[in-house]
Design a protein around this ligand. Structure first.
Ligand code: GDP
Length: 424
């Protein structure tokens, strides 16, 4: 079977600014619709004396998908020559944010849609904020409904400069602004005759230009240690360090270091269960290692290679967390943090920003994180732990928080912070 590359993108914008129309257009212009669907919906509109809307097309598709049980109705697919795209729609912000922050889904890029006639709305800014909190780096702004402003470059440029100023404040550097009319198809798949003053790519060319995430095997080696086994034979004091490789690969002879203990050794052999020893262990394999020197390490440590980018080792870090606990997350109380196979006591020390996921209100003055809030905050563990910033390595940049034996939150680590930085 053909192995096509996939990319997840999110599309956000104020209601009625044209998200569904953009999606409908992308599906239609890339021939990604089931045969006859476009005609059927057009026919239906004609019969019922309604103007055709691309949004109806999406509704029709979703109705169909909803009848099957396996298809996620929040997802739409379209294909270009380069790859398959999955559009993660934001159906009800709570589920969307929960999935994005806790890692159930992850987007490589975001499209922000703004209505050229209405201009930037408060929601456009909130969505910008969310994209920033999710750590999405590839952001493109679509200035839609350009037909309603006569494709006037002044309107486009003033939205562009005003929104760029806002996005810069929240650490987003948009890759591009594209003037479009989703309804008419201007600059979606083909360059528009109506915007000769615009020299950038079309939406599709822009999407195909996005960088995708790397395959797990190509990333640095990371394995959370699950267990340490002793050999059963007498006089054999070797141990097997067991776990599932999250990313990268490792060979016998490679030097490895375990974190947080920082103990080093060299891999002697790679043992898989019920199979002959392997030369190399790869991402997603459950394996055991024997080491050249006897070191005492504990389950929960992160095993990495010394000749690759190392994870961060810190007890303080800046995170975005999605809280689902029935009781609010409060400062200076002990919670349990789970990251990889590590379980450790953790405290909330500072709240930097909160978005209420239901209303999308941004609140910087709250002193506790309530159910369904997304909060940017600083956490502190009882001892230093090993992790990667989410922008470096996703698999080791996610964590779960437990309150009273219940999973109460999940999140992503943005960066490690040192004590001195934090005491500013
Ligand atoms: P959503 O709420 O963001 O998904 O917005 P929709 O895609 O449903 O669009 C809202 C309304 O704007 C619909 O009536 C669309 O037909 C209309 N619309 C969307 N794109 C354009 C456009 O490029 N030009 C014009 N004139 N109308 C548009």
């Amino acid at each position: 079977m053909e192995n096509r590359e996939q990319m997840n993108i999110v599309i956000v914008g104020h209601v009625d600014h044209g998200k569904s129309t953009v999606i409908g257009r992308l599906l239609a212009d890339t021939d990604s619709l089931p045969e006859g669907k476009l005609e059927a919906v057009k026919e239906y509109c004609k019969k019922n004396s309604r103007p055709f809307e691309y949004a109806f097309l999406l509704d029709a598709l979703k109705d169909e998908q909803a009848q099957g049980i396996t298809i996620d109705t929040a997802r739409c697919f379209f294909k270009t020559g380069k790859r398959d795209y999955i559009i993660i729609d934001a159906p009800g912000h709570i589920e969307f944010l929960k999935n994005m922050v806790t890692g159930a889904s992850r987007a490589e890029a975001a499209l922000l849609v703004i209505d050229a006639k209405e201009g930037i709305r408060e929601n456009s800014k909130r969505h910008g904020h969310i994209v920033s909190m999710l750590g999405i780096k590839q952001v493109v702004v679509l200035v839609n409904k350009m037909d309603l402003v006569d494709f006037d470059s002044d309107v486009f440029n003033s939205i562009k400069s005003e929104f760029t100023e806002f996005l810069t404040k929240i650490n987003i550097k948009p890759l591009n602004f594209i003037p479009i009319s989703a309804f008419n198809g201007d600059n979606i798949a083909a360059a528009s005759e109506n915007t000769l003053w615009y020299e950038g790519p079309t939406v599709l060319a822009q999407l195909d230009g996005f960088a995708n995430k790397k395959e797990n095997r190509e990333l640095p080696f990371r394995m959370p240690v699950q267990d340490i086994y002793k050999f059963t034979e007498e006089n054999d004091d070797r141990r097997i360090v067991a776990g599932t490789v999250l990313s990268g690969n490792v060979k016998a002879g490679d030097e490895v270091v375990f974190l947080p203990s920082q103990k080093k050794s060299i891999i002697s052999s790679i043992e898989s269960f019920n199979t002959a020893p392997a030369e190399t262990a790869y991402a997603d394999q459950a394996v055991g290692f024997t080491l050249k020197t006897q070191i005492y390490i504990k389950p929960g440590e992160l095993m990495v290679r010394t000749n690759e980018p190392l994870p961060v080792l810190s007890s303080r870090f800046r995170v975005n967390i999605f809280w689902v606990g029935h009781v609010p997350l409060i400062k200076n109380r002990n919670y349990k943090l789970k990251i990889g196979t590590m379980r450790i006591s953790v405290k909330l020390v500072e709240i930097l920003n909160i978005i209420d996921a239901a209303e999308l209100n941004i609140d910087t003055f709250k002193d506790q994180v309530e159910r369904h809030d997304v909060a940017e905050c600083i956490l502190e563990t009882a001892k230093p732990i090993a992790f990667d910033a989410i922008s470096d390595l996703e698999l080791t940049g996610r964590f779960v928080m437990v309150d009273n034996y219940e999973i109460s939150g999940g999140g992503i680590i943005l960066e490690g912070v040192s004590d001195s930085e934090n005491s500013l």
